[in-house]
Design a protein around this ligand. Sequence first.
Ligand SMILES: NC(=O)c1ccc[n+]([C@@H]2O[C@H](COP(=O)([O-])OP(=O)(O)OC[C@H]3O[C@@H](n4cnc5c(N)ncnc54)[C@H](OP(=O)(O)O)[C@@H]3O)[C@@H](O)[C@H]2O)c1
Length: 243
Amino acid sequence: MFDLTGKKALVTGSTQGIGEAIAKALYEAGATVYINGATSLEKCKKVSDALGEKAIPVVCNLTDISCAEKLYEVTGDIDILVLNASIQYRKAWDEITSEEYETQMNTNFRSSLMLIQKYAPNMKKNGWGRIVTVGSVQQYKPHKDMLVYAASKAAQMNMVTNLAKQLSPFGITVNNLAPGVIATPRNEAALSDKEYAKQVYAGIPCGFAGEAEDCAGAALLLCSEEGRYINGIDLVVDGGMKL
Ligand SMILES: NC(=O)c1ccc[n+]([C@@H]2O[C@H](COP(=O)([O-])OP(=O)(O)OC[C@H]3O[C@@H](n4cnc5c(N)ncnc54)[C@H](OP(=O)(O)O)[C@@H]3O)[C@@H](O)[C@H]2O)c1
């Protein structure tokens, strides 16, 4: 089960957190995996070196309009695309600047569309492909101070339902994985505040934050042959927080 030998995968934002855990799961299932971060080749290399020789570092900032061309130059065609990187600003809705709006929308939504446009044609030609976007429980329960971030994830989910219908006749599945509260470097500072953490966990039926690895198994299923009949879904990994 879950044999990805011979497959090539790109996991965006895989230098840490959920992306790193997904990259590791795909790698351990046999895939060649490109490890991506925005700025530091050293950071990408640290993860790829720890995995092994079939892991390849690639720095590319997804905020950049030409990110798809830049990534493709390094990776060439791939079979599995995991769109995990995102940018999130915490700010009251009436203080968000247009620059902050653009950075979040361009990174979290535009780059996903552009990367799918770039990588889907060869998946179509091969009659096999897997596309997984990483969304958020905020698609359903938007945080009051993350309006644009939450909206970008909802937009991405809408794109998934649209493309799942258009690409599945070519053997490509398109799904979203929506994490709830997962302990990663992103929210380390916030969750280290015990009072705040207590409030957050009170809203999660399971009562605790997930680990990045809790998302990795779910992603592996969506990226595998075993997941071939799962298409257009939102796989929510949130301990019941959405309920
Ligand atoms: N953690 C949670 O509780 C949670 C909850 C719901 C949804 N999510 C979603 O899950 C995904 C992963 O979250 P996480 O908590 O693991 O995040 P994280 O710890 O903040 O890691 C983010 C990753 O994305 C990369 N990245 C950030 N901006 C980028 C850009 N412009 N271009 C390319 N790479 C970029 C970072 O690379 P460098 O630092 O090396 O640049 C890093 O590898 C995100 O889409 C997030 O929205 C997370």
